[in-house]
Design a protein around this ligand. Structure first.
Ligand code: PLP
Length: 401
């Protein structure tokens, strides 16, 4: 049964890509943008750019108001208690680095930081390097056969020396929701801080950070149909108050002389320098657009497409799907075929999917694989996209086998 996307026409790049012979199925890497975002960027630049929080003039006041309105919209999107709990960074990666530097003083030699075996490099390397700097132990939670963080193992590995737990909500390789409530409650029972990498999770469904109960939640705008160069860090008030400042410059300071300074609290104290103003305003417009959609219909469409993708792969011989993906994406390898060769033949046929280690080298290594192909979906994809993918896959496999 065909599965058209009612929202496809809202994303002009999809038609443009199709004219270029491209079928875009690399949405976990980044997404195409809705017209509502393009209109907002155009409106901002055409009507007058200005810096925020500095100028008393009208363009500055307009930009500041639009910028702060976006902060409120993002707070609302995540159900944060107040907009001051939303800190703008340059991406999920820079938000996680902010945390790894801003919380460094909380750790003493021998303390433990707990992550999982499936983390993206962005949620591994900042903690790994913090562990090196402070002589901490980095504990890696293992996965079960379905690619979920193993809760039994977690219960024995999270303990009184755990200072911080940092885990992904939805794996960018395995496409499975991680058991966050159980993990967060284990960490909290030992007084540890909790960080959720929502880079993939935030794109699928709505999440309530207060109900989730994490101390920090991070994501990147560009994966949520928003502009690039912008990340979001949500923090509970008590957790934000524990962060030390890590980047220094304009607008984050309250008072300074040549030798000493007093800094602002969150959010502005963690937004040193000129922020990505247009991107912040653009993300607000993107969220307005997303909020206008029939949420249940989006979830149902994405689920139906995912079933189609998974069934199609499972029907083909010699294909091994990684883990037990629940939504959004499927990573796979083909027996006797190198993922780079397959990726090359898919690319030649205009199929844009991701191949390689997906910025999760240790995970791929632990699965005994040099890499995998990942097909990832967005709300604008349809069953025709998948038909083109499968037809290209069959042709490629015929050649390679
Ligand atoms: N975390 C996860 C799970 C991701 O998939 C990604 C990007 O692929 C990131 C973090 C890093 O996001 P960014 O590169 O936008 O900072």
């Amino acid at each position: 049964m065909p599965l058209p996307s009612p929202w496809r026409a809202d994303f002009p790049a999809i038609a443009a890509l199709q004219r270029q012979g491209q079928t875009y199925l690399d949405n976990a890497a980044t997404t195409q943008k809705p017209q509502a975002l393009l209109d907002a960027l155009n409106h901002y630049y055409v009507n007058g750019a200005a810096n925020v929080h500095r100028a008393q003039h009208l363009p500055g006041a307009n930009a500041t108001q639009a910028f702060e309105n976006s902060r409120s919209k993002i707070a609302h999107w995540l159900n944060a208690g107040e907009s001051a709990q939303i800190v703008f960074t340059h991406g999920a990666t820079s938000a996680l680095n902010l945390l790894a530097y801003g919380l460094e003083h909380e750790c003493v030699a021998g303390d433990e930081i707990v992550i999982s075996a499936l983390e993206h490099h962005a949620n591994l390397l900042p903690w790994q390097q913090l562990a090196h700097r402070r002589d901490l132990k980095l504990i890696i939670l293992p996965l079960d056969a379905n690619g979920l963080i193993d809760l039994e193992a977690a219960a024995s590995l999270i303990g009184p020396r755990t200072r911080l737990l940092a885990v992904s909500q939805l794996s960018n390789v395995l496409g499975a929701w991680q058991p966050l409530p159980a993990l967060l409650s284990m960490a909290k029972s030992h007084g540890a801080l909790t960080v959720v990498d929502g880079a993939q999770g935030v794109v699928h469904g709505r999440h309530d950070v207060q109900a989730l109960g994490c101390d920090f939640y991070v994501f990147s705008s560009h994966k949520l149909y928003g502009p690039e160069g912008l990340g979001v860090l949500y923090g509970r008030n008590e957790a934000l108050a524990r962060l030390h400042h890590w980047q220094f410059g304009g607008e984050m300071v309250l008072t300074t002389d040549y030798h000493t300074a007093k800094f602002r609290p969150a959010p502005l104290g963690f937004e040193a320098g000129t922020p990505p103003i247009a991107s912040v305003i653009g993300l607000g417009a993107t969220l307005d657009y997303l909020a206008s959609l029939d949420h249940a219909a989006v979830v149902a469409h994405e689920a139906a497409l995912h079933r189609l993708l998974l069934d199609g792969l499972n029907r083909r011989e010699g294909i091994r799907v990684l883990g037990a993906p629940q939504l959004a994406l499927v990573s796979f390898v083909v027996e006797g075929v190198h993922n780079a060769d397959l990726a090359h033949l898919l690319t030649e046929q205009g199929i844009a999917v991701r191949a390689g280690h997906h910025c999760a080298m240790p995970l791929l290594k632990s699965l005994g694989l040099p890499g995998a192909i990942r097909v990832s979906l967005a709300l604008y994809n349809d069953s025709d996209d998948l038909e083109r993918f499968f037809s290209a896959l069959d042709q490629a496999l015929e050649l390679l086998r």
